[in-house]
Design a protein around this ligand. Structure first.
Ligand SMILES: [Fe+2]
Length: 386
């Protein structure tokens, strides 16, 4: 179900924002003048239209990395790595991502596949302007252009989160809901969804943390009998509700809403791990099941991911003061923002999303264009009103 106020901080909002003389939707002047990083503010140009994503083969740079990490962590460097939890998440001090050579970037991709969430403190990305993060990300694969979120002028690959400082915005969000958590992996509705995301909070008050769940660990927690039951099932993912939210707020549609079918249990080609690949935001139906069966099973799986604090970690962005650049996986990890910032405080962040392989359940299907996980038209009939 689309929620009336979902995605309030990524879409244009006609109640607060402006339209400039060229017809581009922009943040209002008062907020522009107050922004610490105005060059990273979102704009939405209704003239920008993009076709649906096409299939691409994806060779993860992690596959050519030296597993002893000699370029990412050279012996003569003074750095520290702190594990956030034993199983996933690491925080790193003393490494400047912008200085990595290509072999170092390959090793970064491998470390990310292994640890799933990486936080690098004291990074200089923001000081290089919006184009720098885009160039950095392009090394790892094609970058996603979001169908409806805003981006700085000239940099459509940047996805901007902007929680407006107008008083009462949070109140409006909670007028209809008791919580605004929204567990998801980024853009799972795409044919080739995000492999990983690079994210930085530029400006914020306290709070506004992101919570991550290890969905490979969630899979391992299931009994062998349940794991067996889930093998071979597929899920319909759709962006239709997200697109409707944008339109509801007066926003744009750069690409038409899309739907795709992906395996419920996803195999990571780098680590060989299986994970539960479904999320409440975009997942709609286990296509092999009847509606009630699908609802029952999906709700159980959402509960395992969302309620098991012992497979989660929480990142506080320290109000953007530590220049913390995060990289997090979208295969094997779900995440949610938290809406607990003070009313009237801005929260401004950017992300880029590197598109990966078409999700697979078996290695023999990797990068095969002819691989078909199900009948999309038939599956769509299952979620449309009769
Ligand atoms: Fe996200």
């Amino acid at each position: 179900m689309a929620t009336r106020f979902g995605n309030s901080d990524i879409h244009y909002n006609k109640d607060f924002d402006d339209v400039d003389e060229e017809g581009v939707l922009v943040i209002n002047k008062t907020n522009r003048d107050q922004a610490k990083y105005p060059e990273f503010l979102p704009t939405w140009d209704p003239r920008h239209k993009y076709p649906p994503l096409k299939f691409h083969k994806y060779i993860d740079p992690a596959s050519r990395a030296d597993p002893s990490f000699p370029n990412l962590f050279p012996k003569d460097k003074d750095y520290t790595i702190t594990r956030i939890t034993p199983k996933f998440g690491s925080q790193i001090d003393g490494i400047q991502l912008s200085q990595l050579n290509d072999a170092g970037k390959d090793e970064l991709a491998l470390l990310l596949a292994q640890r799933k969430v990486l936080l690098f403190n004291d990074q200089d990305f923001a000081s290089h302007g919006p184009g720098f993060a885009v160039e950095f990300g392009k090394y790892f694969g094609p970058l996603h252009i979001h169908p409806s979120s805003g981006s700085p002028r000239g940099h459509p690959e940047l996805h901007i989160t902007y929680r407006r400082p107008e008083k009462g915005e949070l109140e409006k969000v909670f007028s209809d809901r008791t919580t605004n958590t929204g567990w998801h992996s980024d853009v799972t509705y795409e044919l080739t969804p995000s492999r990983f995301t690079v994210f930085q909070v530029l400006e914020s008050g306290d709070g506004g943390d992101t919570v991550f769940a290890d969905t490979a660990e969630a899979y391992r927690r299931l009994s062998p009998a349940m794991q067996k039951r889930l093998e071979g099932l597929h899920v319909l993912h759709t962006s239709e509700d997200q697109a409707a939210n944008s339109t509801y707020q007066g926003g744009v549609e750069r690409r038409k809403a899309v739907s795709n079918i992906h395996p419920l249990i996803r195999l990571d080609p780098i680590t060989g791990e299986k994970s539960i690949y479904v999320n409440r935001a975009f997942g709609r139906r286990i296509v092999e099941f009847k509606k009630e069966e699908s609802d029952y099973m999906l709700n159980f799986l959402y509960d395992v991911i969302e309620k098991s604090q012992d497979l989660q970690l929480r990142v506080n962005w320290e109000a953007g003061k530590r220049n913390k650049v995060a990289l997090f996986h979208n295969s094997g990890v779900s995440h949610t923002a938290t809406f607990d910032t003070e009313d009237g405080e801005v929260r401004h962040a950017y992300r880029i999303s590197v598109l990966g392989e078409r999700p697979i359940a078996n290695l023999e299907d990797l990068n095969k264009e002819e691989y078909s996980p199900g009948d999309l038209e038939q599956a769509l009939k299952g979620i449309k009103p009769k």
